[in-house]
Structures are given as structure tokens and as C-alpha cells.
Design a protein around this ligand. Structure first.
Ligand SMILES: Nc1ncnc2c1ncn2[C@@H]1O[C@H](COP(=O)(O)OP(=O)(O)O)[C@@H](O)[C@H]1O
Ligand SMILES: [Mg+2]
Length: 270
């Protein structure tokens, strides 16, 4: 039996903005979720529903306003202390960010990103093994090492940078991969290949993937389970078929309706 790898309890994030007249946005509102070992779970919801905020709290880079996140019996905002604990956590929980452009340092060649991944798992980037792993990782995501290595971020496209982030995740092989709109900049043929890679990580490494998307069609295609997020809340949860054929909320119906007809037909023929 697979066990709960991560749980959240009444997780909430309120953003405060404005100087004289303060306004508050409840980006994540009392969320209770669980993620089991070795499953692909989609978090689907329209833009602004709080998906990225939830992912950032789970990654432990954005502090919750209230509530708890439990990873392997550790309360990550209470029990992890010091660099050693954090490194342990980030080796176990990794993210592919939504916007690749803002997540590469423009002054470093993209190689640096992959070398840092090797350092995190204790492999010397200059060793033969390290160099070999980098080439392998690039090939796995369909990039040619000679066209990618030695380049600065501005010399590559959004789709290429997105694939480098996926290559980095492939090197680290975390227990939990938070994939925040990871294929948004890829064309359809590459997209399929990357989605298969997530399933492969699940099947071969027992990786848990939280697949974040605003596209219900993608959620339906890749996941074991789907959670629907709306205005900071998880409004329903179930298998892709349960949600697709028997959506309970008006909002979920709208999300399903927005999947193009042709695409839906294609899904059913799979
Ligand atoms: N750093 C921030 N400061 C203030 N408001 C924010 C911040 N980050 C996100 N928000 C707001 O929180 C809500 C949820 O945003 P986000 O988590 O990015 O949604 P999603 O990823 O589903 O598109 C939005 O209303 C957004 O404007
Ligand atoms: Mg987002």
C-alpha cells in the first residue's frame, strides 16, 4: 500500500497589499489535501485560483498564514531547521516553475542549473559521471546537448528553458515533484513526451507528481486523481472519470466545457 507522503491541514495564505487602505486576498483558503506515494495528482483551476501559492508553501519558500504542511511526519515549517534540513527537503521536494524566464539567472549559463542539481544529490559536476548525467537528462527531455550547453538563458526559447527545468527534476528524482504548468510553453508533440516522462517517474521511481494546470483536458489525460481549485479552495476531488462524468460544482462544469471539443473527442479515442 502506498502511504501519505504529504498532507496539509487547514492551510491558508492571506496576502496583504496597499498602504493606506489595506486589502487582503485569501489566495489559499483552509486547504486540506493529501498526496500518496507514487501517484500523479492534478491540481486544476483557472488562473488566480491559488495553485502556485499552494505549491510555493509546499516547497517551503512561502510561509503560510496559518495551517500545517506535513511531509513524512515532519511539520515542514516547524521541524526543519538549518541548511542541512532544508537541503534534505529540497532534494525530496522539487518544483518545475511556471515561468522559466524568471527562474534562470541571466548571468549564468544554463549548465549551472543542471550542475547545481548534481551538487544537491552529491555528484561532482566535473566528474565523468556528472557530465554523462547532464547529457542523459537533456536527451531524456528531447534537447540536444550541443545546442543547449554553454548557452545563456536569453539564447534559448521558453520551451527549451522549461525542458531544462524538467531535466533538472529528472536528475534530482525527488519524492515529490511539483510541476506548475510545466508544459505550457511546449508544442503538442513535445508535450506528450514530457507527460510520459512524469508517468515514467511515477512508475519507475515511485515519484509523486502534483501536476498543476488550468487545462482540464491535460489533467484528465495524465492523472490518477484530480483536485479542482476555485478561489483558494479545493471544491472537489476524485478520479478523472468521476470528475469528468459527474462534476458536482457549476464551476467544475465550466472548466470541463472549456476543453475544446476536438481535444475531448481525441481523449475518448485514446
Ligand atoms: N506575492 C503576492 N502578493 C499579493 N497577491 C498575490 C501574490 N501572489 C499571488 N497573489 C494573488 O493570490 C491569488 C492566487 O494567485 P496564484 O496562486 O498565482 O494563482 P494561480 O497559480 O492559480 O494562477 C491571485 O489573486 C493573486 O493575484
Ligand atoms: Mg500559477
Amino acid at each position: 500500500m502506498s502511504y501519505d507522503l504529504l498532507k496539509t491541514k487547514n492551510l491558508t495564505k492571506v496576502f496583504e497589499s496597499g498602504f493606506l487602505r489595506k486589502t487582503y486576498i485569501k489566495a489559499v483558503d483552509n486547504v486540506n489535501i493529501f498526496l500518496k506515494e507514487g501517484e500523479v495528482v492534478s491540481l486544476a483551476g483557472q488562473s488566480g485560483s491559488g495553485k502556485t501559492t499552494l505549491a510555493k508553501m509546499i516547497l517551503r519558500v512561502l510561509e503560510p498564514t496559518s495551517g500545517e504542511i506535513i511531509f513524512k511526519d515532519k511539520n515542514i515549517w516547524r521541524d526543519l531547521k538549518g541548511l542541512k534540513d532544508l537541503k534534505w527537503y529540497w532534494r525530496n521536494v522539487h518544483i518545475i516553475f511556471q515561468n522559466p524566464f524568471s527562474n534562470f539567472n541571466p548571468f549564468y549559463k544554463v549548465d549551472r542549473t543542471l550542475q547545481q542539481a548534481l551538487e544537491l544529490i552529491g555528484i561532482d559536476p566535473d566528474s565523468h559521471e556528472g557530465k554523462q548525467l547532464i547529457r542523459e537528462a537533456l536527451e531524456v527531455v528531447g534537447l540536444r546537448p550541443d545546442e543547449t550547453l554553454g548557452k545563456y538563458p536569453h539564447q534559448l526559447s521558453g520551451g527549451q528553458l522549461q525542458r531544462i527545468m524538467i531535466a533538472r527534476a529528472w536528475i534530482i528524482k525527488p519524492k515529490l515533484l511539483l510541476a506548475d504548468e510545466p508544459v505550457s510553453m511546449l508544442d503538442v508533440s513535445t508535450r506528450g513526451k514530457i507527460l510520459e516522462l512524469f508517468l515514467k517517474l511515477r512508475d519507475e521511481q515511485k515519484t509523486t507528481v502534483l501536476f498543476i494546470t488550468h487545462d482540464f483536458g491535460l489533467a484528465y489525460a495524465v492523472s490518477d486523481r484530480v483536485m479542482i481549485m476555485y478561489r483558494g479552495k479545493i471544491i472537489e476531488e476524485g478520479t478523472p472519470d468521476e470528475i469528468f462524468f459527474n462534476p458536482k460544482h457549476k464551476y467544475t462544469k465550466e472548466l470541463i466545457e472549456s476543453v475544446p471539443m476536438l481535444y475531448r473527442k481525441w481523449k475518448f479515442e485514446l
